[in-house]
Design a protein around this ligand. Sequence first.
Ligand code: SAM
Length: 274
Amino acid sequence: MKAALYIVPTPIGNTGDITLRAIETLKAVDLIAAEDTRHSRTLMAQYDISTPLISFHEYSDTHVMDRLVSRVDAGESIALISDAGTPLISDPGYALVRGVQNKGGLVIPLPGACAAITALSAAGLPTHHFHFEGFLSAKRVARVKRLEALKALGTTAVLYEAPHRIVDLLTDMMSVFGEAHEVCIARELTKTFETIRRAPVSEIREWVLSDSNQQRGEFVVISAAVTQSTSLSAEGRALLERLASELPPRKAAQIVADHYGLKSRELYQQLISD
Ligand code: SAM
């Protein structure tokens, strides 16, 4: 085993979602730095991995990190794992990767499970460009401000959210992007109750509110690119056409855009190209 820090993704639910290379690496390294050693022991037992585990998490003090960097520098191989998915993706590890690299050490990443990518692959939303946001602030004002920035960015955006804040997130998305804005909610990916649904945000919010089961588990929420023409509902489209029959097209587009939280220029383009 080369002296290096190996970044090893682990399953996000279904324990079968781990690569052969990840298992081999975890068996062969000198040490595994795990976010929660108790949590990771279950996976280690399932795959017969007996490598020693050490705790390394967001709140670990710098001595723990320095010791890991020194061990790689001294020729040891260390694997970094998080509780689920790819380390460093809304998980700790960034400072450790930099620390190893800054000392001239090798960092070897392994590809594998990641909730954001798994959700994106089945969202039915454009993926040629996307922005990964992760968790928004728990505070409403900061959350809304960030959502406004995402709206201005205009691209598909991937969010992580905790179950106790999912309704609040959908409510804020509705007020910032407009009721017709398309979102995909991906819950409990790879697990028994996996649910993936794409619809206007107002519909998703109603559905989540009306069924408490939809408020349990782990969530990825994907916000559609705001420039998508599909973000205007059939009702919005009818309103736009009705207004355009009475008003100048620019005025009609402006009114509908304000109402649905869309870009007026795009609605205007749609009107004149029809
Ligand atoms: N590093 C992980 C990854 O690669 O996706 C993410 C870790 S982050 C601390 C945990 C969050 O990821 C959860 O709160 C949820 O938003 C999302 N997540 C993780 N597993 C998921 C799953 N099976 N289904 C849906 N979302 C999931």
